[in-house]
Design a protein around this ligand. Structure first.
Ligand code: ZN
Length: 162
């Protein structure tokens, strides 16, 4: 089981048009922090910070994307993401208890983090994403080259540095 769920990392919201959706949320007073492609999920994602958590707006980039399939039925809240300390150990224990998982192993998620999804059947109907806290970057890697990171140096992903 999740030994130490650290916080709600983000809520994933499926939208047909990321540009329109970000405009709508900005009109409500939210800030769009970062938007990027997640090719492994066939989505474009934009993150809107809310305190230590985020909203994640997700637009499919391919009709075979799970978000595209979701949008065929409805739009809106797609998943809840909880930050965990040790994703592999969490998955191991869930498997041992027979929890229905979508991902048996961690896979790459947005922003270079490792994630895994738990089937809605195991949670009473909510798709649950488990995300591992990003490894701390060494100063040597922060210098980076082009494309080495989506955020400028000094602004590592994760919780605010306070
Ligand atoms: Zn997510």
């Amino acid at each position: 089981m999740i030994k130490r769920p650290l916080k709600i990392d983000h809520l994933g919201i499926a939208v047909p048009d990321l540009g329109e959706a970000t405009k709508a949320w900005e009109a409500l007073g939210f800030t769009v922090e970062a938007a990027h492609d997640v090719p492994t999920e066939k989505v474009k994602a934009a993150f809107l910070p809310i305190g230590e958590s985020h909203l994640e707006l997700l637009q499919p980039t391919d009709p075979t994307s799970v978000i595209a399939k979701f949008l065929e039925r409805r739009r809106g809240l797609h998943h809840v993401c909880v930050l965990v300390e040790d994703l592999e150990a969490t998955l191991r224990e869930m498997k041992a208890r027979g929890v229905r998982l979508i991902d048996q192993e961690p896979r790459p998620g947005a922003g270079g983090c490792r994630v895994a999804f738990v089937h809605p059947d195991a949670t009473g109907g909510v798709l649950l994403e488990l995300k591992e806290r990003a490894p701390r970057r060494t100063p040597a890697r922060l210098g980076g080259g082009p494309g080495s990171g989506r955020r400028p140096p000094g602004r590592p992903p994760g919780p605010a540095t306070t």
